[in-house]
Write a protein that binds this ligand. Structure first.
Ligand code: CAA
Ligand code: NAD
Length: 297
């Protein structure tokens, strides 16, 4: 398949990442189907896309007509067959659970034309492992976007053990058509960015758990001291504490290295369904304006 043959993209998952990926694909001119498991998740994803595009109209980056054209290219659905109909590339952004991803991949492998490419937006999970759930390991690849997708310019491309060079070249060209820059990463748990980022984020939680600093002061220290755009606790709430815990546990099990062990505090927060911005509460309480830092002592 050549990049000019790619007309329709299916995005699986309409959550934090899926709606952003659908947004940038439609903005680049592709027909997009965005599938989630419940109407409310599809509706939330469409609402996020609307909100982010309206922001661009307000800033004069696109016109209202262009926004309407982009929205016209996105079809939200819960029907898997409808979502997969006539697609050339699938970009998967469902929850960071290896067994669930493999179940979905083996299901869609039987539905999709053999030439369809499967690209996973996974943060950490082995591409080779997920590819083995399909009969198309040569057409299976990692295409790791960063949050928020419309703004962050990187895509990490990860080849699995049998990913073909043709698949790599196509996904590299597709990433660039989406306005992204790419790096090629040899498969390892957490790839490149999260290999470095996770220990940093987990140590931030340990720092709170041990009472070294308050949420507000630790975020302030990192934004002012290291010039990060967001402090680590704000970033954790932005990424999702549930997703972060999934990634940490996966990397810990793969590396058997304590630098990826999850702090008890993080696990407790996720068990309490305090996922961060997406659940309304994490290290900050988002029901307050501005969001209020939580006290942990
Ligand atoms: N979705 C889309 N666009 C958003 C957004 C969102 N959630 N939040 C802000 N923006 C846009 C704004 O519209 C604005 O756009 P323009 O530049 O066109 O005006 C721009 O981002 C800046 O927004 P703000 O001025 O409101 O706020 P900011 O300057 O603080 O930027 C931010 C917001 C871009 C999110 C910035 O805080 C940032 O870059 N934070 C770090 C994000 C980060 O580290 N992401 C990687 C996480 S790790 C990951 O993604 C990998 C994984 O597997 C977990
Ligand atoms: P999220 O929880 O916001 O969204 C996941 C979505 O998957 C939910 O809407 C859920 O209903 C949906 N889903 C679950 N099972 C499904 C199925 N069988 N079919 C279709 N949809 C299904 O999570 P997220 O943050 O968007 O993460 C999605 C993927 O992207 C994960 O692999 C994650 O590691 C990766 N990722 C996340 C970030 C981040 O900052 N959050 C950054 C890069 C990559």
């Amino acid at each position: 398949m050549k990049i000019e043959d790619v007309k329709k993209i299916c995005v699986l998952g309409a959550g934090l990442m899926g709606n952003g990926i659908a947004h940038v694909c439609a903005q680049a001119g592709f027909q997009v189907s965005m599938r989630d498991i419940e109407d409310r998740f599809v509706d939330n994803g469409m609402a996020m896309i609307n909100k982010n595009l309206s922001r661009e109209v307000k800033k004069g980056k696109i016109t209202q007509d262009q926004m309407n054209e982009i929205l016209g290219r996105i079809h939200g659905t819960t029907d898997m067959k409808e979502a997969l109909n006539g697609v050339d590339v699938i970009i998967e952004a469902i929850i960071e659970n290896r067994d669930l991803k493999c179940k979905v991949y083996s299901e869609i492998d039987q539905i999709c034309d053999p030439n369809v490419i499967f690209a996973s937006n996974t943060s950490s999970i082995s591409i080779t492992d997920m590819a083995s759930a399909t009969k198309r390991p040569d057409k299976f690849i990692g295409m790791h976007f960063f949050n928020p997708v419309p703004i962050m310019r990187l895509v990490e491309i990860i080849k699995g053990y049998e990913t073909s060079d043709e698949t790599y070249r196509l996904i590299d060209q597709l990433s660039k058509k989406l306005g992204k820059e790419t790096v090629l990463v040899n498969e390892a748990p957490g790839f490149a960015v999260n290999r470095l980022l996770l220990p940093f984020l987990l140590e931030a939680v340990f720092t709170i758990q041990e009472g070294v600093a308050s949420v507000e002061d630790l975020d302030k220290a990192i934004t002012l001291g290291l010039n990060h755009p967001m402090g680590p606790l704000t970033l954790l709430d932005f990424v999702g504490l549930d997703t972060t815990l999934f990634i940490a546990d996966y990397m810990h099990s793969e590396f058997q290295d304590s630098k990826y062990r999850a702090p008890t505090l993080l696990r407790k927060m996720v068990r309490a369904k305090h996922f961060g911005r997406k659940s309304g509460i994490g290290f900050y309480d988002y029901s307050k304006t501005p969001p209020e830092p939580r006290l942990f002592r």
